[in-house]
Design a protein around this ligand. Structure first.
Ligand code: ZN
Length: 248
């Protein structure tokens, strides 16, 4: 598979992805929104937005017509969200963000096939996004389905087997660690997804090693609405600083 190009935010002539159709650089820098430039700043913005959501004080930033126009010619999302497809896990809502802020890739059980990895690599190398978040949640149906299939030996229908197969290694790790409760298994699956993403994507691993990107695993609680960090590479991204007061 061809790589989308060398690291950086400027598209080069050798890039294989249709950059112009997805948008990269804003035509007018004066209209481009200020965005977090480091993994720590990006993580702090996500936590700030999640706190607003949890406390019932969302600001719904970057959702107005003026911002829609401002970002039409280019996007600089500050975080990639590789999340579970669960309908209760809408990234822009739970992080209280708007248009152009988050580059979202979702599959059941946040499984990472080549299209997912290619999408992450696109955001990180072409768009210059400094943070990748693996977002799972408690009571995950995909993890539960994998657990049931693994326990009973009954094959899943159709392409669901691909989801189950992708989750089974996390089940094995949980069993080896003596973790039996579903939410503990989910946390292990989130951490495993972070590790697997870095193992399989040399492009992403290079960006992380260079300090241009961080990868964080978060677990979301469906009732409380809050996220909790369960894995981070590099580790310093766990303790993100508070964001500036007027970030959004
Ligand atoms: Zn789920």
């Amino acid at each position: 598979m061809s790589r989308p190009g060398s690291p950086g935010t400027q598209p080069g002539p050798e890039r294989t992805l249709p950059v112009s159709t997805m948008g990269t650089a804003p035509a007018d820098a004066s209209t481009a929104p200020a965005v977090p430039a480091s993994p720590e700043q990006a993580l702090a913005e996500l936590h700030a937005g999640n706190r607003r959501f949890v406390t019932g004080a969302p600001r719904h930033p970057n959702q107005d017509a003026g911002h829609r126009t401002a970002v039409a010619d280019g996007q600089h999302p500050f975080a990639v969200i590789v999340g579970c497809s669960d309908s209760r896990l809408a990234a822009e809502i739970i992080f209280d963000r708007g248009l152009g802020d988050l580059f979202v890739v979702r599959t059941a059980g946040h499984t990472i096939g080549p299209e997912v990895l290619g999408s992450v690599e696109y955001a990180v190398t072409v768009l210059g996004t400094p943070l990748v978040v693996v977002l799972g949640h408690d009571s995950c149906g995909a993890v539960q389905a994998a657990r049931t299939a693994d326990a009973t030996g009954a094959p899943p229908v159709g392409h669901l087997c691909a989801v189950v197969d992708a989750v089974v290694p996390s089940l094995r790790r949980a069993a080896a660690e003596g973790v039996e409760d579903i939410d503990g298994i989910v946390d292990i699956h989130i951490a495993h997804t972070v590790e697997a993403m870095l193992d399989r994507s040399a492009v992403l691993a290079t960006e992380v090693a260079a300090g241009r990107c961080g990868v964080v695993g978060m677990s979301y609680r469906l009732t409380a609405g809050e996220v909790r960090t369960v894995a981070a590479v590099p580790a310093r991204t766990v303790d993100a600083p508070e964001p500036a007061a007027s970030a959004a």
